[in-house]
Write a protein that binds this ligand. Structure first.
Ligand code: ADP
Ligand code: ADP
Length: 233
């Protein structure tokens, strides 16, 4: 039984008289506990797809079901509930707040839910442990390497204990060593039962997931559709 399901989803970007169909009749089921990678060339619609799954942008056509319940794109209350609750997104550029310490960046989702300070600190430490960053809790983002910032961004997304973690090019700005470590964190989270959807242009990264689908020209194909290796195993 899928936890997320897209049916006939279409997205068009328009500027003036130019219309670009970025997603074409996309059908996708994400099953509870799976680690799915969406791979494909740059411009293929991966971020758009991930942002629809994350309830951050609205499709033009088609339906989205979370736990079998149809998402109502007009209900800001339902959308914000899904965003901070069932789903959490790790953005491509990390998007940490530069004048906040690591601890403050990680706890932001808990603050929004008025979780008391003691409980927040406890959760922040637990999440930073999961990503191997607890020793950096008092640092600021500009004191961290790219790989470390990505880890903090993952801890921030995990803080509200979402059922599904959505990650946009999580290794896009990282060297091979950091890429390996981020993928190890994802595999670990997957083993602990988290559902993960990761978007990447890198097939060597994608094949570290449990299942791979390809998005090309806005169309979804199952399977990898191009060569593979075990560089990040
Ligand atoms: P990918 O993540 O696979 O690189 P994207 O979903 O980011 O693909 O983009 C798919 C296409 O849609 C690209 O051609 C991109 O330029 C275009 N696009 C993405 N976001 C917007 C936007 N907000 N407005 C207009 N065009 C967009
Ligand atoms: P990488 O090898 O991944 O690029 P860096 O060389 O950027 O990593 O950082 C290595 C270590 O130095 C990290 O633990 C990071 O926290 C620390 N560090 C990097 N820049 C600063 C800084 N401006 N102030 C304090 N610590 C820093």
């Amino acid at each position: 039984k899928p936890i997320l399901k897209l049916e006939g989803v279409t997205k068009v970007y328009s500027s003036g008289t130019r219309h670009q169909m970025v997603l074409r009749d996309v059908n996708l089921s994400v099953f509870e506990g799976e680690f799915l990678a969406v791979v494909g060339p740059s411009g293929g619609g991966k971020s758009t797809l991930l942002n629809i799954l994350g309830c951050l942008i609205t499709p033009d056509n088609g339906s989205y079901f979370v736990h079998g319940k149809k998402v109502n794109w007009k209900s800001t209350r339902q959308l914000s509930h899904l965003r901070g609750g069932v789903l959490a997104t790790v953005f491509q550029g990390f998007e940490l707040v530069s004048h906040w310490a690591v601890s403050e960046n990680v706890e932001v989702g808990l603050r929004m839910r008025s979780i008391p300070k003691g409980k927040r600190i406890q959760t922040v430490i637990e999440m930073l442990r999961k990503v191997g960053m607890v020793q950096h809790i008092h640092k600021y983002p500009n004191e961290l390497s790219g790989g470390e910032q990505q880890r903090v961004a993952i801890a921030r997304a995990l803080c509200t204990d979402p059922q599904v973690l959505l990650a946009d090019e999580p290794t896009g700005n990282l060297d091979p060593e950091n890429t390996k470590e981020i993928l190890a964190i994802f595999r670990n989270l997957h083993e602990q039962g988290k559902t993960i959807v990761m978007v990447t242009h890198d097939m060597k990264v994608a094949e570290q997931a449990q299942r791979v689908v390809t998005l090309r020209g806005g169309r979804l194909e199952s399977g990898m559709g191009f060569g593979a290796s075990d560089e990040y195993a």
